[in-house]
Design a protein around this ligand. Sequence first.
Ligand SMILES: C[S@@+](CC[C@H](N)C(=O)[O-])C[C@H]1O[C@@H](n2cnc3c(N)ncnc32)[C@H](O)[C@@H]1O
Length: 249
Amino acid sequence: MSSNIKPNVEEHFDDYASTGRWQALLREKVDSNNFPYIIRFDWYKDIMNTLLPDSVLDVGCGSGDFVTIVPNSISRYKGMDISEQMLVATKDIIDKLPQAEQEKYSLVQSSFETYEDSQDYDFILASGFLEYFVELKPIIEKLYQLTSDNGHLAIQVPNREFFRWKGIALAKENDKGFSHHRISGSECDQLMAEAGYTKVQGDYINHYYYPYKRIFPKLHIIFDKLLSPYTPVSFSRKRASMYCGVYKK
Ligand SMILES: C[S@@+](CC[C@H](N)C(=O)[O-])C[C@H]1O[C@@H](n2cnc3c(N)ncnc32)[C@H](O)[C@@H]1O
């Protein structure tokens, strides 16, 4: 395994998927725990419906829930993940697609650092992925190589500037046995520009506008979507827990 990630990441996600706890986050009804996952899923759904990509690479595809928002018009989708158990869950979703659709889908178990691919993709989906790497530059350069000319990369990261995290870049979660990074929107935009991408869109999501959102998570999802576009960036940078960006090659 590469030195860029902690070995426990694979173990952690194998355990998360084999117990079904990860899958439950998006597949059970909205509650006080899963609403941030639903908000980011909805963001990707909008982006995917707007860009209507022909080929998709889902890096760190997890349990494959994003397969359900991939347009039928694609010619190919590849999901890659370091965790075998996550891929087992993704395969379960693909197996439920009509036979003709299934043929467009493939899965690879690999660490992204050592991942090799002879093809490029016009949409790379990197949801909850970049925060697992210590050195982001080589990872983003690799994502750039895998993006077709005029293709897009869509990322989602934990926003380092979020007030609750007090600008701390590294979340040391001892129970997990590895560190989880937080990245600011401006840092993401700069790294992408350095790799050669042009920014298309940058959105802050899951705002803490008011207390009690855990009590009314469904309402919170609706308010976040409605109010985000009208929220000043200076407020979002501090009060939103996630940053999402779309970049074009
Ligand atoms: C937080 S989950 C996100 C899953 C999915 N993209 C989503 O947003 O629901 C992170 C995923 O990235 C995978 N991952 C972490 N580090 C990786 C690496 N170095 N190479 C490949 N996959 C990795 C994990 O196994 C896990 O499935």
